[in-house]
Design a protein. Sequence first.
Length: 231
Amino acid sequence: MDGNGRWAKLRKRPRAFGHRAGVHAVRNVIEAALRAGVDVLTLFAFSSENWSRPPGEVQHLLELFLRALRKETRELAENGVRLRFIGDRTRFSSDLQRAMGESESATVASHRLTLNIAVNYGGRWDILAATRALAADVKAGRIEIDDIDQAALESHLSLAPLPEPDLFIRTGGEARISNFLLWHLAYTELYFTPVLWPDFDAACFQTALAEFARRERRFGHTSEQLAQGQP
Ligand code: IPE
Ligand code: MG
C-alpha cells in the first residue's frame, strides 16, 4: 500500500491526511476481496524499515492502526474475516500488542477471508527467523540437517500454513518488492499500478484481478505443455 504521502501532498495537506485516507482504501479493498471470493488477503501496513520515518509520522501510523483495530474488529468478525498479524510485534507498545492479540482471538472463528496484516514485517527477517527455528530444531535433535527442505523452511515462515500468494499488487508507481514476502513471491504474479493507495478502490482491485486472469502461469513449463494439461 504505497502513495499516501504523495496523495496528501497533491492536496497540499500533511502526510497524516493521506494515511487517514489510506485507511478508507483498506476498507474498500477488504470489501472488494470478500465480494470477489478471495481466500487470503495480505496487506503490508508497516515495514521493518518504516521505523526510519520521522518519529511523529511513525507514532501517527501506529495510533491509526490501533484505532482501526479497536473500531473495525467486530465488523470484520461479523463479515467472516479472520485477522492475523505477521511480523515482529515485540517492538510495539503493550497496548498495541494486546489489541492485536484480542483482534486475532475475536476473529478466530471466521472463515470467509483470512486477512493478514504485515506489521514490522520484513521478508529477510521472516527467512532469518525460520532459519533460526530450524537450527534450534537440529540442535535439539528434533530433525536432521538432511530433513531441511523447502517445506520444512516454509513451515516456520510467518504465513504458514497459508499458500503463497497468487497475485502481488503494489500501488504508487514504484516497481519493487521492498522486502515484502521474499520467499513466497518466487512464482507470484506481480502487478504494479501508478494509482496512489488512497485512490485504490474496488474498481482498481477488479482491474488487477482481471489482469491476473489474463496471465499465463507456467511454473517453468512451456505453453505447449500447459495446453496438454500438465500442471
Ligand atoms: C503508505 O504510503 C505506506 C505506509 C507506510 C503506510 P507512503 O507513506 O509510503 O506514501 P508516499 O510513498 O510518501 O507517497
Ligand atoms: Mg512510500
